[in-house]
Design a protein around this ligand. Structure first.
Ligand code: GLY
Ligand code: MN
Ligand code: MN
Length: 431
């Protein structure tokens, strides 16, 4: 395993870290579902981005001083008995030899060594408020470091969330390949669901189908808890119960994506359970698809990230007026936000190691502009819950379409277009 890519990412921080500073990146700890039943370990995404190292209870300290940049890691100590139960540990020697850290120590030494590492630096940076208990530890280490040399300046504690997040915002070739693979697996699973839904009787069985299709292709984990929502359940945006019977005349909304080698994919498709859209379902679907296509066209370098949002709102507002679901001048209705009863979420988010990936959405006072290498989801929807004051024929229709879009030099590439979103193509696939 060549871990040079991770070492290079650490060394690249020399450009963005302040002089005489230390950046701390804590890894994840084991998590338990109940009693002593542990979840499969998932490394913290930022820790992984800068290390490729997948053991719990680790901590990276990246020191930038007049000697240049160097990285120290604290890892679980070697332990014969624990390794019999839980598997191999790299230990400090493995962390240096295989993971290319400059120095590595047992994590049992963190509290004694960290004040010395911080001593003499002007700033300690870390993602404030992200890991439970870590804020207090940094305060304690910094206080101890300052008390070692009362006559030097105190150490400023600075939030590194943006610095770390924005380092992850532009994906390199290695990451794009993994996300592409995750997207392909998820697209194929959606295709299988469309082909098989007619023979499936419950949301839960569809969820099982996705897990199996992901797993067969190498995606053991889901990037997030999927939404498998028959009929009106789709109008509950974060519906994750996934336990109701399917009704043949309903639509099924599935928001599901696998994780592949730590990288997420995120796809939503909405399709008719009996294989044929009803007249009303199709009319709403076509508006969402038009909004989707217009939004994707606007994901390109130079456009700000709110452009696809604004276009999707306008297309949806106009479409709702054309069906009599909103009444008035589309421009006025858009300005007033009248679409929000039907389309109440934002159009997308960054995608990467996390499904809602790290990285800012603003640059100073302005929205971020798209740059090549960014990956965003585009996911407009229309949700007509029964509580809305509309003609009964529209009630219970909830539709979202979601693709994963890579910004390229000249525009974009839709990484999930393999799974159809065109209604005629969906019907043909299902027949
Ligand atoms: N699946 C999570 C999202 O679409 O934001
Ligand atoms: Mn999404
Ligand atoms: Mn999604």
């Amino acid at each position: 395993m060549d871990n040079t890519i991770y070492k290079n990412r650490r060394n690249n921080l020399e450009k963005s870290l302040p002089e005489n500073s230390v950046l701390l990146i804590p890894g994840a700890d084991m998590q338990y579902r109940n009693a002593d039943s542990a979840y499969a370990f998932r490394q913290d995404s930022s820790f992984y981005y800068f290390s490729g190292f997948s053991e719990p209870a680790s901590l990276i300290a990246i020191v930038n001083n007049k000697e240049g940049i160097s990285s120290i890691v604290f890892v679980q100590p070697k332990d014969k008995l624990k390794e019999i139960w839980d598997g191999n540990r790299a230990g400090p020697i493995g962390a240096v030899d295989e993971f290319l850290f400059d120095k590595a120590y047992d994590n049992t030494q963190i509290d004694t060594m960290m004040p010395d590492i911080l001593s003499g630096s002007s700033q300690v940076l870390y993602a404030i408020g992200k890991k439970s208990g870590f804020d207090q530890k940094v305060i304690d280490w910094s206080t101890n470091a300052s008390s070692k040399d009362r006559h030097s300046k105190s150490i400023n504690i600075i939030d590194a969330s943006s610095l770390i997040g924005n380092a992850r915002l532009i994906k390199d070739e290695h990451e794009i390949n993994l996300i592409r693979k995750a997207c392909n697996i998820s697209a194929e699973a959606h295709i299988e669901a469309m082909k098989n839904v007619k023979d499936v009787s419950s949301e839960q069985d569809i969820e099982g189908l996705y897990i199996n299709e992901f797993s067969k292709r190498g995606g053991r984990f889901q990037a997030y808890t999927p939404i498998v929502a028959g009929g009106e359940n789709a109008c509950t945006l974060h519906y994750v119960e996934n336990n109701q019977k399917l009704k043949k005349s309903d639509l099924l909304l599935v928001d599901a994506g696998c994780e592949y080698e730590m990288y997420a994919s995120d796809i939503t498709r909405t399709f008719p359970i009996n294989g044929k859209f009803s007249k009303e379902q199709l009319k709403i679907y076509e508006i969402v698809l038009e909004a989707m296509n217009a939004a994707i066209d606007n994901v390109k370098p130079g456009n700000d990230i709110m452009k696809p949002q604004e276009i999707s709102e306008k297309v949806i507002t106009k479409g709702l007026v054309s069906l009599g679901l909103l009444d008035g001048d589309p421009d006025e209705l858009h300005k007033k936000g009248a679409f929000k009863d039907f389309y109440m979420h934002k159009i997308g988010h960054w995608l990467g190691l996390d499904v809602h990936d790290a990285g800012d959405y603003m640059e100073g006072e302005n929205y971020m502009k798209f740059k090549p290498g960014m990956i965003t989801t585009i996911e407009p929807g229309i949700y007509i819950s029964s509580s809305l004051d509309v003609d009964d024929k529209w009630k219970g229709i909830g539709i979202r379409i979601e693709d994963d879009i890579l910004v390229t030099k000249n525009g974009n590439e839709n990484l999930t277009k393999k799974v159809p979103s065109d209604p005629a193509e969906i019907e043909s696939l299902m027949s």
